[in-house]
Design a protein around this ligand. Structure first.
Ligand code: 7ML
Ligand code: ZN
Length: 887
């Protein structure tokens, strides 16, 4: 919706400009007269001047508010004369306010017209809210900043027929009749909270109910609210919630604190989910699951996200952020916690490899582009653009490194001290590190640079064996490339876990020069200087080093490993992450060799090594199927592109395809045998054993189908026909997705007719077509925009069809005539008028433009300029474009 505020883009907000609030709010009483067209909101709150702000003793009372109509203001019950306040597009300023008082502000808002899905809006006929980061100011006037914590009492009034269920944060403290067919429910949340954690839900809903008894014996009512038709798909989320609650007690000693915990499942939601106190709101795709509608990946994602939002109750809600620059304080820590939860529930190695894969594909790219920023950013124009993989996933790595440096016991002491010291406060990343340091005695002074310096460090390693002295010397060197605004980097404190393998593949004890006794077989070296050497003693023969075990530090390793060393590590390393990593490096070498040939216009070489490696992994029946599946997965385009000096999409696509086909030919028989031996016979369950077996079988099927071989396509068709679960059905479609076989069209048509009335399932169908590596993908995507079940206002539909084309289909998005770019630019511009947050995600598809070879570099630049020239652009998209075109 175009509004006056769009023509004057807001100035950047800077971290160092932080000032404590001039006024505090102790309690707020909110009343909503709910109506989709016009909802009246009345907020009464007690304010008092903040004793902690000496210099600002005369500052006015400034409230944030956007898109508020018919505003009425009273101070201590008396209407405020116009001379006593100023109302602007974004603020309400009370001039010359008393030291303390009660302000009452009434305003009207339009939930049904709210298509940006920020603030109060209507989704499938249900009222719901999204306030993080700055959505509360679209609901009422308030100091909408996370360091103002208040106790909320909320009264919801609505038509009883249409909105029988009325939910908000905390405990239900009253209900009753409101006349005219309306009723009310009152909620009270005893925990002071920032406005971004406020939530309300109102509609005709049903709940899956359960309960949980905490370690101290309190009974907590659990409710998952959704439209009645979806109730039979909520049980996996409920099981996940109970597991998360138990896990947080056992692993972190954290108990739930209210009498009720509710989840509402929304069809229209910009993000994954939201941790509102006592009333989490989830994107329905991260709640609803049934074996025939959800894949193994969906089941695992639901468990992880239910955990993530639940864990925020301590890491985020009880202890919150002072300002939005500290976002990683809660998000990095909570991602670390959800990763640990998933590791304990499933396979630790599989979880770690998945996290590393995502980090290196997405976050390393962000760190190498125009959006690079520190885990604790220094400035932003639109905070919504900083819910990034750097803040989340790199932030989690920064927590993980501190865990490695302290060890599990001292880390737990540090976390306990952090929660005890800061319960009920809004704090900074520095406060967090200080608590870990104070509890452990470990000096984290230099370590803090991980919060302030952007960029991915490169660590170069060189090993030298001295047979006469029986020593092995490891020389390490670190260097971090410049990022926007940070031309020079100081060295990081890098915790590098390493091992040394002897010729039999056995881990050697690691004893550093000057130490006595036998050291452990894996140890964490602290690299703090630009260069350092570590000398290991008592080494009887040249060892093979296993570096950055478990991916202990988020760095790019450059080693002098030979191909033989890598093959040896892929077969023998006791660390499963590095076994996988060695196989990936062999894969990358093969692709890069083919890429050089492709770029030179030479015939692509058939590398026998990669075929033999994959055949060996596939045939190794003693090894864990899930780990075998990950080891044979080709590196994705984003990761490969990050390894290249300049990106040549044609050569990269041709080379990767070539290596995949080489593997399929060379390992055909083992792939087929493996596929046939792994079909799961028991009824569907998302257990690690079944998930692993399906994953490996389906990876094999994909290789087999990559040759367009009719026998392989027949296998996929048979799998589709007989599948009793969505994982195997989708895997069959994935396997034939890039082929030109007529069977592909038939399977896609059958899938559509079976699932066209299930939006979340049809999203998978949209996404597969949008990611097909076929010449007709762009026209296909264009015509699917007109599909009767496509809805250009629903973020899940847009993500499935448009965002997966832009962000996950390299050959089609980067088609050399620039048509893919033109399409995404046009979609970004159109969407920006509806939903700026999701539009900004689309605009991010161009973030790597400077790294591409011509003509794609200029074509992308032109697409960005075209977006940038559009009048009335949102600050969200404008910031992405400006950062891309700067410098
Ligand atoms: C990360 C979230 C947001 C944005 C959820 C919104 C959240 C902010 C919210 C990991 C797992 C699930 C969701 C998210 C995510 C981007 C990602 N506070 O809880 O962080
Ligand atoms: Zn979060």
């Amino acid at each position: 919706m175009a509004s006056a505020s769009r023509d004057a883009p807001p100035a950047p907000v800077r971290r160092l400009d932080y000032r404590p609030p001039a006024f505090l709010v102790d309690a707020i009483d909110l009343r909503f007269d709910l109506d989709p067209e016009r909802t009246r909101v009345t907020a009464s709150f007690t304010f008092r001047r903040n004793p902690a702000t000496g210099a600002d003793a005369l500052a006015p009372l400034v409230l944030d508010g956007e898109q508020q109509h018919d505003v009425g203001i009273a101070l201590d019950g008396v209407p405020l004369p116009a001379a006593r306040y100023r109302l602007t597009e974004r603020t309400l300023v009370v001039l010359d306010p008393p030291e303390r008082g009660e302000l009452t502000v009434s305003s009207t808002i339009h939930p049904a017209a709210n298509v940006a899905l920020e603030g109060l809006y209507v989704s499938s006929g249900v009222f719901c809210t999204q306030c993080e980061a700055e959505g509360f100011r679209r609901i009422t006037y308030f100091p909408d900043r996370p360091d103002v914590l208040a106790v909320y009492t909320v009264t919801l009034v609505a038509d009883r027929e249409r909105y029988p269920v009325l939910l908000s944060n905390g405990n239900r403290v009253g209900t009753g009749d409101a006349g005219n067919g309306r009723h009310f429910v009152r909620w009270h949340d005893p925990f002071p909270k920032p406005s971004y954690l406020f939530a309300l839900v109102a509609g005709n809903l049903a709940a899956l109910a359960d309960s949980f008894t905490t370690a101290s014996g309190r009974r907590v009512a659990l409710e998952i609210w959704s439209t009645p038709a979806n109730l039979d798909r909520c049980d996996h989320a409920m099981r996940s919630l109970k597991r998360a609650m138990r896990w947080d007690e056992e692993r972190f000693g954290r108990e739930y604190d209210l009498d009720t915990f509710m989840i509402f499942c929304a069809d229209d939601f910009n993000m994954g989910a939201m941790e509102n106190k006592g009333l989490n709101i989830f994107n329905s795709r991260l709640v609803l699951a049934r074996p025939d509608t959800a894949t193994d990946d969906d089941y695992l994602a639901i468990e992880g996200v239910v955990g993530h939002e639940y864990f925020h109750n301590w890491s985020g809600n009880r202890v919150t952020c002072r300002d939005w620059f500290q976002l990683s304080l809660k998000e990095g820590l909570t991602v670390f916690r959800d990763q640990e939860f998933s590791s304990d529930m499933n396979s630790r190695a599989v979880e770690r490899i998945a996290a590393v894969t995502f980090l290196r594909s997405a976050q390393f790219a962000e760190d190498a582009g125009p959006m690079a920023h520190p885990v604790r950013p220094d400035e932003y124009i639109e905070i919504n653009n900083f819910y990034t993989t750097t803040v989340y996933e790199k932030g989690a790595e920064v927590i993980r490194m501190q865990h490695a440096l302290l060890g599990p016991e001292r880390f737990r002491d540090g976390i306990d001290l952090y929660f005890a010291r800061h319960d009920g406060e809004a704090v900074t990343c520095d406060d967090f590190v200080q608590a870990l340091q104070d509890a452990s005695g470990v000096d984290l002074g230099q370590f803090r640079r991980w919060y302030s310096q952007a960029g991915t460090p490169i660590v170069r390693a060189r090993g030298a064996y001295d047979a006469a002295r029986r020593t092995y010397t490891l020389d390490l060197e670190q260097e971090t490339p410049p990022t926007p605004g940070q031309p020079h980097k100081e060295p990081f404190h890098i915790p590098l876990a390493i091992g040394l393998l002897d010729a039999a593949g056995t881990d050697l004890p690691l004893t550093l020069e000057g130490e006595r006794g036998r050291g452990p077989t894996t140890r964490v070296l602290s690299l703090t200087e630009r260069r350092a050497s570590f000398v290991f003693t008592g080494i009887g023969a040249r060892p093979v080093p296993s570096l950055n075990r478990g991916f202990s530090a988020p760095v790019r390793m450059e080693t002098d490993c030979t191909d033989a060393d890598l093959a040896f590590l892929a077969a023998n390393d006791s660390d499963p992450v590095n076994r996988w990593e060695a196989a990936q490096r062999i894969y990358c070498t093969s692709v890069f060799t083919a890429m050089q040939a492709a770029a030179a216009g030479a015939p692509l070489p058939d590398d026998p090594a990669i075929g033999a490696l994959i055949a060996g992994i596939v045939a190794d029946e003693r090894a864990d199927p899930a780990l075998r599946a990950l080891a044979i997965t080709p590196p994705d385009f984003a990761y490969l592109a990050g390894l290249a000096a300049t990106i040549d999409v044609d050569a990269m696509v041709a080379a990767r395809e070539h290596v995949v086909r080489t593997v399929a030919r060379a390992a055909r028989d083992p792939l087929l045998r493996c596929y046939e031996s792994l079909r799961v016979q028991e009824p569907y369950a998302p257990t690690p054993a079944q998930v692993g077996a399906r994953l490996l079988a389906n990876r094999c099927l994909r290789y087999l189908c990559s040759l367009d071989d009719p026998a392989a396509i027949a296998l996929a068709t048979a799998q589709f026909d007989s599948a009793d679960n969505m994982t195997d059905a989708i895997a069959a479609l994935v396997a034939v997705n890039h082929t030109t076989s007529p069977a592909r069209e038939a399977l896609f048509a059958r899938f559509e007719s079976r699932w066209r009335d299930e939006p979340l399932v049809l999203d998978k169908w949209f996404a597969l077509q949008a990611t097909a590596m076929r010449a007709d993908t762009l026209p296909r995507v264009r015509s699917l925009l007109g599909h009767p079940r496509f809805n250009a206002r629903n973020p899940n539909r847009i993500r499935s069809l448009v965002a997966s084309f832009a962000l996950a289909n390299w050959p089609a998005f980067h088609v050399s005539d620039g048509e893919g770019y033109a399409f995404v630019a046009e979609q970004t511009i159109a969407l920006d008028r509806v939903n700026p947050q999701v539009a900004a995600v689309l605009a991010g598809a161009f973030n790597q433009w400077r790294r591409h070879a011509e003509p794609r570099r200029s074509l992308q630049q032109r697409a960005l300029e075209r977006i940038g020239e559009t009048p009335g652009l949102s600050p969200d998209v404008a910031e992405i474009v400006a950062r891309n075109l700067a410098g």
